[in-house]
Design a protein around this ligand. Structure first.
Ligand code: AVJ
Length: 325
């Protein structure tokens, strides 16, 4: 195809999109580093997103179910005190299932602005929500929620409330998490408010089971990273050469997902030869776990004022209200 060489970039092939190019560059970068890793956002192609949906229904995966229960139990308080004419902005809206609970308790909302990288998810959500809330102005934004938000002119000066459920913040390292909360504040201020779902630190056994379920759905989700690479750039990885591992990193208070090489092997991919020792891993995702006070401290560093907090009786999950002063 093209000469294999360490410093040769993959040639641009007709039909490649910018996304393909960025993914290819991320793969070469991540697998060339002394500790190998791949960005977790690439876990979520079509199949990955379906597998993640299956994860959220597993008995061992408590976050989705618990967050939904907290939202339902306290929706009056969470949605209450809303002034007339506010806009609800959701960062990474996906299927907007949890939002539906909030929207039902926000009759005075002027508009709902879901932001997501998946156009399909945005379209499905809009179709479903416009049936249930025919008077709601829904303004989907297709894109990356970490970018600065520019609202349509007629909404630009409305007060904004942000919604960031699912403990997506857990994917980020502390510095990145702080920067993201700052960028949300810039998008929502002045007078903005953020409602964020944050998974709580708990015993290691519960955490590990949630990320290594006996049915093997999380393992399939993690291994799909390699299958996706094979589909898009391969064949490259032998799938029986790698296995899923969920590790608890106590110092960093996070669950890490890794793909562990079961043998010494060389993977031929994108014009490179990537060598793996037996036991060497590709780090594919972090899921940071916070204490209630730890997350409030992080929010303060990002310029927010932590306000109310809601949790379940077992203190598995938390929903935080942050205000702009
Ligand atoms: C979507 C990032 C919140 O960290 O719990 C679930 C992703 N990975 N099982 C999480 C995930 C493996 C999930 N987040």
């Amino acid at each position: 195809m093209w000469p294999a060489g360490k410093h040769l970039a993959r040639p641009v092939v007709a039909g490649d999109t910018e996304e393909d190019e960025a993914f290819a560059a991320a793969i070469v970068d991540g697998l060339s580093a002394p500790t190998k890793s791949l960005p977790c956002r690439y876990l979520y192609d079509e199949r990955g997103s379906l597998l993640f949906e299956k994860i959220t229904a597993l008995p061992e995966y408590y976050p989705t179910r618990t967050e939904t229960a907290i939202l339902k139990a306290h929706v009056g308080e969470i949605a209450g005190g809303l002034g007339k004419g506010e806009v609800l902005v959701e960062f990474g809206s996906g299927s907007s299932r949890k939002t539906e609970i909030l929207l039902g308790a926000m009759p005075n909302l002027v508009a709902y602005v879901p932001i997501d990288v998946s156009e399909n998810a945005l379209e499905d959500a809009q179709r479903r929500l416009s049936k249930r809330f025919p008077n709601l102005d829904i303004r989907p934004v297709h894109g990356d929620f970490s970018q600065a938000l520019r609202l349509p002119a007629h909404l630009r000066f409305s007060r904004k409330i942000g919604f960031f459920p699912g403990s997506t913040i857990g994917n980020l390292e502390e510095g990145e998490a702080r920067a993201l909360l700052e960028s949300f504040r810039n998008s929502l201020s002045p007078g903005g408010r953020l409602v964020a779902g944050v998974d709580l630190l708990k015993d290691e056994k519960t955490l590990k089971l949630a990320y290594d379920d006996p049915a093997g759905v999380t393992a399939a989700f993690n291994l799909n990273m390699l299958e996706r690479i094979n589909r898009e750039f391969g064949p490259a990885f032998e799938l029986d050469g790698f296995s899923h591992e969920a590790r608890f990193n106590k110092e960093k208070s996070r669950i890490e997902m890794h793909l562990v090489s079961g043998r010494d092997q060389v993977v031929d991919l994108l014009g490179h030869q990537f060598a793996f020792h037996r036991g060497e891993t590709i780090h594919t995702e972090n899921s940071h776990k916070y204490t209630v006070d730890g997350f409030r401290a992080l929010a303060r560093l990002a310029g927010w004022t932590p306000n109310r907090v809601w949790t379940d009786a077992n203190k598995l999950f938390s929903i935080h209200e942050l205000t702009d002063r």
